[in-house]
Design a protein around this ligand. Structure first.
Ligand code: B12
Length: 130
């Protein structure tokens, strides 16, 4: 049997904007990925611990609060500290265009902003893990 790609969907930060993460989680599940959603208000430490325990292939972070420049790099840093940098980090939300190059440079694989069709996210993951 083919192994399903496992994705931890996470919502770091203190805000309650969870529509996007739920929409994307559902779309990825429908496309055949195994999706684990952490729920709201997860710290980077909680996210990385869950990702390692669940043995996921990727972490999808949803950020609409404006804290992306801190939280994305922190997750990547913690993965490195735990020798788990093979877990890919990608994400989306309200992230200004000008912040995207810096996040990609720090190791985020891709960022999807509001209005992105979920099919584009599925296509990205299929290309990455196909
Ligand atoms: C709906 C909404 C709310 C709802 C949230 C309901 C909920 N349960 O989610 C409510 C009314 C509760 C709300 C409250 C607040 N909100 Co509000 N909200 C919005 C709004 C209008 C739309 C967000 C949304 O649901 N979009 C629909 C979903 C489907 O789209 P999405 O999340 O963007 O997801 C898409 C992509 O971004 C991407 N994506 C998202 N996550 C992920 C993850 C991965 C892994 C991937 C691959 C892709 C991906 O894919 C999705 C599909 O295309 C935005 C403005 C906007 N236009 O984005 C403001 C916005 C996010 N809110 C904002 C603010 C300030 C607040 C409040 C602080 C306002 C206040 N003063 O009270 C409060 C916070 C309350 C709290 N405790 O968190 C600001 C944030 C400012 C910032 N980033 O600097 C925004 C940007 C409005 C603005 N322009 O100022 N809000």
């Amino acid at each position: 049997m083919e192994k399903k790609i496992r994705i931890l969907m996470a919502k770091p930060g203190l805000d309650g904007h969870d529509r996007g993460v739920k929409v994307v989680s559902r779309a990825l599940r429908d496309a055949g990925f195994e999706v684990i959603y952490t729920g709201l208000r997860q710290s980077p430490e909680q996210i990385v611990t869950a990702a390692i325990e669940e043995d996921v292939d990727a972490i999808g972070l949803s950020l609409l609060s404006g804290a992306h420049n801190h939280l994305f790099p922190r997750v990547i840093e913690l993965l490195k500290e735990n020798n788990a940098e093979d877990i890919m980090v990608f994400g989306g939300g309200v992230i200004p265009e000008e912040d995207i190059p810096g996040l990609l440079e720090k190791g985020v694989a891709a960022i999807f902003t509001p209005g992105t069709p979920t099919s584009a996210i599925v296509q990205f993951l299929n290309e990455r893990f196909g």
